[in-house]
Design a protein around this ligand. Structure first.
Ligand code: ZN
Ligand code: ZN
Length: 65
């Protein structure tokens, strides 16, 4: 299952996943003006794959008191 991600280059919304089969499910609900604006891969109408979502919005490491 592919998930929403954020492009490291343009900060637009893109996707991440191993299979690439759920790109439409991830991006279709997102307004196109919010999509990643990087060049689309050949033959695709969706932006290129983004970084793993785990690397995004990582909570700041809580300093151990
Ligand atoms: Zn998938
Ligand atoms: Zn981009």
């Amino acid at each position: 299952m592919c998930r929403r991600s954020q492009c490291a280059n343009c900060s637009g919304v893109t996707w991440f996943g191993r299979c690439g089969l759920h790109i439409a499910q991830v991006l279709d609900p997102v307004p196109k003006e919010e999509w990643c604006t990087c060049p689309k891969p050949e033959g695709s109408s969706y932006p290129p794959i983004g970084p793993p979502p785990e690397t995004l919005a990582m909570p700041a490491p809580t300093a151990s008191s």
